[in-house]
Design a protein around this ligand. Structure first.
Ligand code: CP
Ligand code: NVA
Length: 305
């Protein structure tokens, strides 16, 4: 097992399957109310340079359930990379805590945090990727479906951090992944090239949503303007308006297809109320699984499995 969790691309198929198996075990214990204090007495600093609901709540609650303690550092606390250098705060926190979770803007900063840390670092989202999210998403799909055979996931929208992590996962586990983005908003090209070179999954990038959702088992979306892109909201709204997941688009996917969204959702923009609240939506299972999968990641990184 690697020491950090910065990108899914750093992990093997076997390691990902081990995390999923541990997730199942920890989720069952949680549901039964069985104590599972695998991280008793251990502490985690959670550095947030951006806002969060799910990431903070799921990590903080998960660490508590593991018998440990997590402390929240808000965007005003450290001023990482501004008030204090990444390398200094990394070494300081490593003296206090057993593990670090960070949500940062610049991906280079989380790489540097890991480089200088003497404890494991978990990536809770950067502008570049969101690995914990996609681990929870795939775990959720496997819970609903049981296997990856003939799975087609269609991601509609911005080629952002979430889309990038989907492609990273497709370079490790085999499935069909279609990313559908407007021209100029496609995912990171290096990540795409690497996934194509690895040739584990069939990854394609399209620009027509009607074509992209054909035969999809999972239709996935995310906000059109990510955290840090708020000033582009109006411009992006115009560019992405035909990329909304609505009932009409869902009718073109496979019968019984499921809908996913990492949340927070901008209802009425990238997804309609009818779809997100409808019978095909599994967004709240997905959201819950953030906590279970992250507990497994913490336990693995701390060698407590
Ligand atoms: N999906 C997700 O990471 O949510 P938050 O931004 O609320 O943490
Ligand atoms: N792409 C979104 C994901 C939020 C969980 C963002 O970065 O804001």
């Amino acid at each position: 097992m690697l020491k950090h969790f910065i990108s899914i691309a750093d992990y093997s198929k076997q390691e990902i399957e081990e995390i999923f198996s541990l997730t199942k075990n920890l989720k069952e214990k949680t549901k039964k109310g069985e104590e599972h204090h695998l991280c008793k007495g251990l502490t985690m600093s959670m550095i947030f340079a951006k806002p969060s609901a799910r990431t903070r709540i799921s990590f903080e609650t998960g660490m508590y359930q593991l018998g440990g303690y997590a402390l929240y550092l808000s965007p005003n606390d450290i001023g990482i990379g501004k008030r204090e250098s990444v390398s200094d705060i990394s070494r300081v926190i490593s003296r206090y805590n057993d593990i670090i979770m960070a949500r940062l803007f610049d991906h280079k900063h989380i790489v540097e945090l890991a480089e200088f840390a003497s404890v494991p670092v978990i990536n809770g989202l950067t502008d570049y990727n969101h690995p914990c999210q996609i681990m929870a998403d795939m775990y959720t799909i496997l819970e609903h479906r049981g296997h990856l055979d003939d799975l087609k996931i269609t991601y509609i929208g911005d080629g952002n951090n979430v889309a990038n992590s989907w492609i990273n996962l497709a370079s490790i586990l085999p499935f069909n992944l279609t990313i559908c983005s407007p021209s100029g908003y496609e995912p990171n090209n290096d990540i795409l090239v690497r996934a194509k070179e690895k040739n584990i999954s069939n990854v394609q990038v399209l620009s027509n949503p009607e074509e992209a959702v054909k035969d999809a088992d999972i239709v996935y979306t995310d906000v059109w303007a990510s955290m840090g892109q708020e000033s582009e909201t109006k411009e992006r709204h115009d560019i992405f308006k035909n990329y909304q997941i609505n009932q009409q688009l869902m009718s073109l996917a496979k019968v019984g297809a499921k809908v996913m969204h990492c949340l927070p959702a901008h209802r009425g923009d990238e997804i309609t109320d009818e779809v997100i609240d409808g019978p095909q939506s599994i967004v709240f299972d997905e959201s819950e699984n953030r906590m279970h999968v992250q507990k497994a990641i913490i336990v693995k990184l701390l060698g407590k499995a």
